[in-house]
Design a protein around this ligand. Structure first.
Ligand SMILES: Cc1cc2nc3c(=O)[nH]c(=O)nc-3n(C[C@H](O)[C@H](O)[C@H](O)COP(=O)(O)OP(=O)(O)OC[C@H]3O[C@@H](n4cnc5c(N)ncnc54)[C@H](O)[C@@H]3O)c2cc1C
Length: 305
């Protein structure tokens, strides 16, 4: 099996997701070739072949033009799979490439089972193995789902490529999302509220524990989507990525999109009524308890120290 891995470049920097693409390729047992619209200054540290288009000529974000470049490489290399990150770049480009190739597309892959991509379904409550029936497939990988065991090293063999066409899209720049007054990335302790808190009035209970520990409070996406907590406190792939000394996940099941934003925390405590909740796989301590009983008692004890 051969895989074409589409690395990403933003604001003059190579994005770290390239190593997740390589980890996926290794799980698939495949030979990998990279594609990047970027610069020779920032290349993946690996020994694979890399097709490099210059971002100053092709634009960092020009889906029309990048699709043409990728399709040319696909015609040359004949990979079985073209692999993107499940990012805004991937969301935009992957369907264009799949359509151009007449290939099937599998979005948001989180695992591999016996060589078959696995995707979450039913709001991540279930997983589905996807059997690909076309000769070629285009897949996108959920952030944080795949990781290399070892620190990547090496120097790619670079082949420079270019394209004459201009494309129909004009890139005008990136706009930074407003982060508001809270910068969770700077907090050394974060206590997060999940759907298990049950009602918006219980956010204060989570904020109280965070205050007692000298930290900030965060939330999972359903809590933010319900407008119980503002978006700048959301942790996960569509929120903030954090790595505090202590992360306390209260009533959070541990969906891959949440774990991707907090699993690098130094010490993780999870409070959950379900002893089999997936968050237990990353937690250093799993407290099997009703958070409405446990959190107020813990807060009181800490405050009395
Ligand atoms: C493209 C995409 C991007 C996403 N981005 C994000 C993201 O950035 N961040 C994010 O968090 N999610 C994100 N999600 C959503 C994610 O898939 C999950 O749906 C979400 O993380 C689940 O949130 P939760 O754990 O709070 O809720 P649930 O999965 O419903 O879990 C609730 C947990 O609370 C426990 N519980 C219930 N009652 C109690 C109690 N009284 N005491 C203790 N425990 C209790 C339950 O056992 C359960 O484990 C994204 C999804 C998609 C498709």
């Amino acid at each position: 099996m051969k895989l074409l891995l589409i690395a990403e470049y933003r604001d003059g920097q190579l994005l770290a997701g390239w190593s997740e693409l390589l980890a996926f390729s290794r799980e698939m047992g495949g030979e990998s070739v990279f594609f990047l619209v970027g610069s020779e200054e920032h290349l993946p540290t690996c020994d694979e072949k890399l097709y490099l288009a210059d971002s100053s000529a092709c634009g960092e974000y020009n889906p029309d033009l990048h699709k043409k470049l990728i399709v040319d490489i696909v015609n040359k290399e004949q990979p079985d799979m073209v692999v993107f990150s499940h990012s805004s770049y991937g969301w935009d480009l992957a369907p264009r490439v799949a359509f151009a190739l007449g290939a099937s597309q599998v979005s948001e892959v989180v695992d591999v089972s016996d060589g078959v991509p696995v995707i979450p379904v039913c709001n991540s409550k279930l997983r589905r193995e996807v059997k690909i029936k076309t000769d070629q497939a285009v897949v996108t990988l959920q952030a944080g789902a795949f990781g290399l065991q070892e620190e990547p090293s090496g120097t790619p063999t670079v082949e420079k490529i270019s394209v004459d066409a201009a494309g129909r899209t004009t890139f005008t720049g990136y706009e930074q999302a407003e982060s508001g007054g809270v910068d969770l990335a700077k907090a050394s302790v974060i206590v997060s509220a999940g759907r298990g808190i049950g009602k918006p009035e219980n956010v204060e209970m989570i904020a109280g524990l965070a205050r007692a520990l000298g930290g900030e409070y965060g939330a999972s996406r359903p809590v933010v989507d319900s407008e119980w907590v503002e978006h700048n406190r959301q942790v996960g792939t569509t929120g903030q990525t954090v790595a505090p000394k202590l992360y306390v996940a209260c009533g959070i099941s541990g969906a891959i999109q949440h774990l991707a934003g907090m699993k690098k925390s130094e010490f993780i405590v999870a409070v959950n009524t379900d002893k089999d909740a997936p968050v237990g796989e990353v937690a250093d301590v799993l407290v099997v308890a009703d958070l409405k009983q446990f959190v107020p008692v813990l807060t009181e004890k800490i405050e009395s120290l």
